[in-house]
Design a protein around this ligand. Structure first.
Ligand code: PA5
Length: 473
């Protein structure tokens, strides 16, 4: 039997993703906004220290996401086995999760499934608690044919646990209490939090999120792999892509390491007043990778304090856009507005489909020139034209190119962006793996909803400065 394609060196080489940072440099952009190789070389000591720190943290088992390409191979087998059983019984797979417990699956679903196709298997991802939308989703489901995957690393997130309580109640009422174990799977921390206890009590199938992998870095754990496998995505190839990128990035030579180089340039851009980082795929299938990355970049790098505890209030603002759609929405601002952005294009060489534009209306020059071309030519030309226009206007931009969208290239991309984020965290000298900023809002919610031990938060909430009616028009 021949080796799977992701183990064939020639195919892997062909599927290597590329980072093009030409347009971040003065040669292309001009001296006012562009960088020089010296700007990078001047950071050498810090870059070496950052690399060392990542290596050490990896060795100490603190950077769990770097271990996943290896450790999840066995987990992938368990997932495949379960999916083989469940796919016969169920048409609908519903993820109940939020933030890092949902965005990776959404990105994978967009990359690999046909959103217009309503045939089973269907993946639903409910990552909000909007009552209308949640009710609409539940009404759509044939419960007999539905399996719910409750995903929460902490096992206590209010949104996810509320959704679980509602879905559980529905299944119990419509199908019977004895059907809970069959219709629910839990993905959570192995031994902390309450979800694992509930899952054990109910006899649910469980998958674990390693303790050293944070939510937004967890797409290559069962968090992303299980829903992906249910949709027929090749999860072994995803892991192989990540492993391939891990090897590529195992060097302290910044000029050979795409994750480090991109992190460094994004960091320098931010330090130079380009505080907004736009990710703009020209591939619909990658549009939710930009959304996943937006969370990864924002929650990891937006920090009040540095590692020494000093107030620094750092963090670039990530924005997602889509080409060509947002050429008719955002690009005016990117071209002509303040010099406060760096644009990262995501492109593919091969869209996997070609659509010809028919030749018609030869008498109408404004339309007839399109005939004989393809949509592929149109979208790629629009991307390169936008890139050139931005460059001419001295706007920093870079491109990450995928030969095509497949599990191997997406695995590389996930891993590269995760490592880039960890490396950027080193440069900002912050902890990229916590999220203390989201706690206060959560704690007020707990207080107001009457959670034990949050009574003070309720008091604080209720004694807040009242709003001035004159300012509400
Ligand atoms: O990246 C993170 O840690 C967060 O975005 C979490 O994924 C999100 O808050 C959901 O947490 P949990 O998986 O514990 O329900």
């Amino acid at each position: 039997m021949s080796k799977p394609r992701y183990q064939q060196e020639e195919w892997r080489e062909k599927m290597k993703i590329r980072l093009d940072v030409n347009n971040m440099f003065a040669n292309q952009i001009g001296e006012k906004h562009g960088f020089t190789p010296e700007d990078i070389n001047n950071l050498e000591k810090r870059l070496v220290a950052a690399h060392k720190s990542i290596k050490e943290a990896k060795q100490e088992g603190k950077l769990g996401f770097m271990e996943l390409p290896e450790t999840q191979k066995e987990v992938a087998n368990k997932i495949k086995k379960l999916v083989a059983e469940k796919r016969n019984e169920f048409d609908n797979f519903v993820v109940l999760g939020i933030g890092g417990s949902a965005l990776g699956s959404i990105a994978l679903r967009t990359a690999f499934t046909n959103s217009y196709d309503q045939k089973a298997p269907r993946l639903f991802i409910s990552d909000n608690v909007d009552p209308t939308k949640f009710k609409e989703m539940l009404k759509t489901l044939d419960l007999e044919k539905t399996v719910f995957n409750v995903i929460s690393k902490s096992g206590g997130t209010a949104e996810t646990m509320s959704q679980f309580l509602i879905a559980r109640d529905l299944v119990a009422k419509e199908l019977g209490e004895d059907k809970i174990a069959e219709h629910f799977i839990a993905t959570t921390s192995k031994d902390s939090g309450k979800l694992i206890k509930i899952a054990q009590k109910e006899g649910m199938e469980t998958f674990h999120i390693p303790d050293n992998v944070g939510g937004r870095f967890s797409v290559l754990t069962p968090v992303g792999l299980l829903p992906a496998a249910f949709c027929g995505i090749n999860i072994e190839e995803l892991l192989a892509g990540a492993e391939y990128m891990d090897r590529r990035c195992d060097t302290d030579d910044i000029w050979k390491n795409p994750a480090y180089l991109n992190a460094t340039l994004q960091y320098l851009a931010d330090q130079n007043g380009k505080r907004i980082s736009v990710m703009m795929p020209y591939v619909d299938k990658l549009k939710d990778i930009a959304d996943w990355y937006r969370q990864l970049w924002a929650e990891s790098l937006g920090k009040e304090k540095n590692r020494e505890g000093d107030i620094v209030n750092v963090g670039p603002t990530p924005i997602k856009a889509l080409g060509t759609t947002d050429q008719h929405s955002q690009v005016q601002l990117y071209m002509a507005g303040p010099y406060d952005k760096v644009i990262t294009f995501l492109t593919v060489d091969d869209y996997g489909a070609e659509v010809e534009i028919p030749e018609e209306y030869s008498e109408i020059e404004e339309v007839s020139y399109l005939g004989g071309h393809t949509l592929n030519e149109l979208i790629t030309t629009e991307q390169t034209a936008t890139e050139l226009a931005l460059t001419k206007r001295q706007r920093l931009n870079a491109t990450i190119n995928l030969p095509r969208v497949n599990e191997f290239t997406i695995g590389q991309l996930f891993y590269m962006l995760e490592l880039q984020t960890a490396f950027a965290g080193e440069l900002y000298n912050i902890n990229a793996f916590n999220q203390p900023g989201v706690e206060l809002g959560k704690n007020y919610t707990y207080g107001v909803l009457g959670r034990k031990d949050y009574e003070e938060m309720k008091e604080e909430y209720e004694s807040r400065t009242q709003k001035d009616d004159k300012l509400i028009l």
